[in-house]
Ligand binder design. Structure first.
Ligand SMILES: *Cc1c(COP(=O)(O)O)cnc(C)c1O
Length: 487
């Protein structure tokens, strides 16, 4: 095929601005309709054979109309969403997004801002959002922070700062410059991304001490102090303690102030993974339980989970701003801030994280927080907390259901039981129930395994859930469970 030489003035902008405008309006209407009607569709739908085949095409060579491409999106992609916008989506820990978040992403994308360096307003919007994060988490205004893609990157960023702060030669000489192994401590319920982070920063997962948990799935302090002493005796260096504000399995909150004390007494960095469980810090009734956050050296949390901001955006805060900067800043002559002009402006964000080019994810956070206000978020977080308690009560009242873990936040772990089935059989039955809940489009919880027991796990970071949705879930679980158990 012959490639035409394009005439002077060619661009990727549309030839017909009126038709792209009409298409854009159509997309906007379609997406607002789509979100408005989220509860009228199944909670999940398996991608169709047609949709799957549509993703096996060769690299496109020929131009086609944007409207055709949109048609493909509409028929091949949109119907088979993750569907965390659904009122009965309670899988993993995923927020439901908002219309404002969607629109803000469009605005940010339209600006096409690269929020890394320079004197332009998106830089200051991110600074504003980070300052608000400090207020939410009780961090001092002198702390620093950065927006990242998710809790995983937020946790890893904190670990990099902790490591580089521990020994100033690590940046140049690597961990080879450290004479004894650095040890990180966290409960056995610590999220896998923290362990990944420990591997990525070169400490190695063998140097992560998985401390056993108590019956509430919280870290056992006696075991922690015992292991720290053991490591010291072995010539190792206790270096960092990770506290969980809301574990991913059950929502357990570790005794954070006690962890802060132990970290301090042992010269350890104290990091908190608060991906979703740090958010109730905005509620007066959680001040005591989450007090440790304001004592931490760093905290990681997501906006896209329990603050319902659209994917993806999270935040890491570092108490010691100088340590944060020293962990990442590199003076290269093309990135020096000038006194005036576009090359002026704030300290580049690349001095505070791994990325240079970065999108304007701060805008959706800024617009959402301004539109709804913290009081609305407090109400919504409380609503989810109440819903979790309500579901736990429904489960407790049903003889065929068993609540498997205490409900300390917004996560409910339960299973279907029959007196005549052993644990293996129950595991099989509950897995089958979960798959049928999805296939029938009834609801989308996910699962975990607690002490060998397969449990259905409902994580409510969903502002569209109503109590009747939980009634429906319980009814369906019992009905499917009875059918499966009888077969
Ligand atoms: C979800 C989660 C993470 C990871 O966050 P992402 O935004 O998915 O990267 C880390 N820790 C906990 C406790 C989580 O629930």
């Amino acid at each position: 095929m012959k490639t035409e030489i394009l005439p002077e003035g060619s661009t990727l902008d549309p030839q017909n601005w009126d038709s792209i405008r009409a298409l854009g309006h159509q997309m906007l209407d379609d997406m607002i309709d789509y979100i408005q009607s989220s509860g009228q569709r199944p909670a999940w739908k398996k991608p169709s054979a047609y949709a799957m085949a549509s993703m096996q095409q060769p690299l496109p060579e020929i131009s086609q109309d944007a409207a055709h491409v949109y048609e493909d999106f509409f028929t091949q992609v949109l119907p088979f969403n993750t569907n965390n916008i659904h009122p009965r989506f309670w899988g993993w820990v995923q927020g439901g997004g908002t219309i404002t978040g969607m629109l803000a992403d469009m605005l940010a994308s339209g600006m096409n801002a690269n929020v890394s360096i320079g004197d332009h307003m998106p830089m200051y919007v991110e600074q504003q959002v980070i300052n608000w994060a400090k207020e939410m988490m009780g961090f001092p205004s002198t702390a620093s922070g950065i927006l990242v893609s998710g809790g995983s990157l937020a946790n890893i960023t904190a670990l990099i700062v902790a490591r580089n702060h521990f020994n100033k030669s690590i940046r140049r000489k690597g961990l080879q410059s450290v004479s004894s192994p650095l040890i990180v401590y966290g409960s056995a319920e610590t999220h896998n991304c923290a362990i990944k982070g420990i591997e990525v920063v070169g400490i190695g997962s063998d140097n992560f001490r998985k401390i056993p948990v108590d019956e509430h799935y919280c870290i056992r302090l006696d075991e922690l102090t015992r292991m720290i002493e053991e490591d010291r005796a072995a010539g190792h260096t206790p270096f960092c303690i990770i506290g969980n504000a809301g574990t991913v399995n059950t929502g357990a909150i570790d005794p954070l102030t006690e962890l802060a004390d132990i970290a301090k007494a042992n010269g350890c960095w104290f990091h908190i993974d608060g991906a979703f469980g740090a958010i109730p810090k905005i509620l007066p009734e959680f001040q005591e339980k989450l007090k440790g956050i304001e004592l931490a050296d760093s905290v990681a949390f997501d906006y896209h989970k329990w603050l319902y901001v659209n994917y993806e955006v999270a935040c890491v805060l570092i108490r010691d701003a100088a340590a944060h900067r020293e962990a990442f800043a590199i003076a290269v002559n093309y990135l020096i801030t000038h006194e005036r002009g576009l090359s002026g402006g704030p300290d580049p964000f690349s001095n505070y994280g791994m990325e240079l080019s970065r999108g304007f994810k701060a805008l959706k956070v800024w617009m959402s927080l301004k539109e709804h206000g913290m009081d609305k978020y407090r109400q919504l977080v409380r609503q989810n907390l109440r819903q979790a308690q309500y579901l736990a009560e429904l489960i407790t009242m049903e003889s065929m259901l068993e609540l498997v873990a205490p409900v300390s936040l917004n996560i409910v772990c339960f299973r279907y039981t029959t007196p005549s089935s052993n644990n293996d059989e129950l595991n099989h039955i509950n897995k089958e129930i979960l798959m049928q809940l999805h296939e029938k489009g009834i609801a989308a919880p996910t699962y975990t395994i607690l002490d060998g027991r397969y449990v259905i796990r409902v994580a409510i970071t969903n502002h569209r859930t109503r109590l009747t949705d939980l009634d429906q879930l319980v009814k369906a679980v019992i009905q499917i469970g009875n059918e499966v158990a009888a077969s």
